[in-house]
Design a protein around this ligand. Sequence first.
Ligand code: X5A
Ligand code: ZN
Length: 683
Amino acid sequence: MGTALVYHEDMTATRLLWDDPECEIERPERLTAALDRLRKCGLEQRCLRLSAREASEEELGLVHSPEYVSLVRETQVLGKEELQVLSGQFDAIYFHPSTFHCARLAVGAALQLVDAVLTGVVQNGLALVRPPGHHSQRAAANGFCVFNNVAIAAVHAKQKHGLHRILIVDWDVHHGQGIQYLFEDDPSILYFSWHRYEHGRFWPFLRESDADAVGRGQGLGFTVNLPWNQVGMGNADYVAAFLHLLLPLAFEFDPELVLVSAGFDSAIGDPEGQMQATPACFAHLTQLLQVLAGGRVCAVLEGGYHLESLAESVCMTVQTLLGDPAPPLPGPMVPCQSALESIQSARAAQAPHWRSLQLQDVTPVLTSPSTHSPVGRPPPLLPGGPVCKTAASALSSLLDQPCLHPAPPVCPAVALTAPDITLVLPPDVTQQEGSALNEETQAWARPHESLAQDEALTALGKLLYLLDGVLDGQVSSGIVATPPSAAAATLDVAIQRGLSHGAQRLLCVALGQLDWPPDLVHDGGVSRALRLCMYPGRRILWLNIRGKEAAALSMFQVSTPLPVLTGGFLSCILGLVLPLAYSFQPDLVLVALGPAHGLQGPHAALLTSMLRGPAGGRVLALLEEDSTPQLAEILARVLHGEAPPSLGPYSVASPEDAQALMYLRGQLEPQWKMLQCRPHLEA
Ligand code: X5A
Ligand code: ZN
């Protein structure tokens, strides 16, 4: 349905007119750098361009006092000296004669974006604005922010579009205390902010930025603060915060709209944040949010002061809003102890208010000194110190690469073996007709009795063809339908073919009556060794979701029951499947819906959609031929980048499902670090 990009050149007008080292980083080039990069990458051209309008004073009045609006209006006619004196009355603020105009455009841009999304003109979008908004308060400018763009957009969405639940995700590196103050007692707005905090020693130095500020009155539990107490937080820390804190609450909240206070000062290279997350991380954060609210995501620029890092992160966000798969995250996915402490304390503070956080907590993992490996990351960074350099050089090597975008984007192909299924597909999804060569197909089929029939052979040929397409990068993902009796053997061939065709790490998520591949299980690993020794260094991670008991036969063979209720299914995805997948970093995911998989369409769609993240979009879904066309269609759509349908009202996990999950997490946490949501206690 499309992505809006809202902008107006006039927003480059406001700038600092005097010397102020604190404020000089908020400059016009921030917008031009981001826009230039969007153009160069061909992303701007793929968006619906909307020219920002000015917000009316009535709209500003949705959150600001009339006196404050008048004060800002009057700055238009002040001279430089007067502007400087007035600016000095606020914390980290400069006014310029164009500030009122720019700030009204910034609010107007956010409102236009929300209107475009909520009237169905587009699915999602980004407003590129200055000045930023999240520090601004009812009657005060603060931290470069004049009017609170996102807060006004939220109130507008409630008033003009009748929404009841809005999620605001503030991934800027500073605490958006302005948003927090405005909605502290409002249960219709769930506000999540992570921020550099350093135990209160970082700007804006507020006690109420800590995890124990959870809202008040009716709004208890609707303010979620995740304070980072060290700099240097990276991709694993950010993704862990989403999986273990934000997303459980967000699914339970079930928002109708997601607003993102999209500051990119939380990215690597930024002088304010001193964090380590790479631009690709914002693609993942965006993708993780797109499964909420039917994909209605409105991102509004906040901070971001390293022009290269900002521009690249903006591109990653827009590319993902457009539906392209997120690029794989570089480096080992291991959250640091300080991040885990923060996540754990925020979870503890929120647990009384959210069913999704109850029942879930396992006993602390004790790590014996011998098995405890120091977490794979540098010690906390000090501003100006040696680690700054590390961040800067990591960034420059990243940006040195001629093109970070594997453009042009590849689209999902769909191969179907049952000719009588006709699908209503998005226009640029191809229904593939190709098939592997007959002899090759027969060679792969030979060891499997169930692949002897013509029907099964045809399906296998298509699978092999599609698999090669995915591994060679011609298509990003695909769907194959097989006769039910051939499901297990087809999957087995897919795995072997994947390994022989260059996949280093293959994640297989199997549902229904699909057992371990025979040679993985019958002999305690001997023939597994046989298979894998043909491909040194290659790995298969098997996750079987099949309604039997929870078991981890090894760190590479995990079995879990299919949760019966939505809450259980969500905790299984967020608390087990995705942490395993993000830790493993597969280069191909096979999702196999085997006989009697028992998965509801929306659940299958959510699982498939979210598994695109850890694999750079390379997902192959195996269905049975007698699956409904609706199932094939919905999977084609999510693989194409569309939002999965809503799961409906939240239901809490059954005690049995919660227990199975706890057990598996306890077993696997030492090996797969993204499962952790609490720091290790030294034994
Ligand atoms: C929007 C934003 C930061 C203000 C920092 C003041 N503001 N030291 O990133
Ligand atoms: Zn910021």
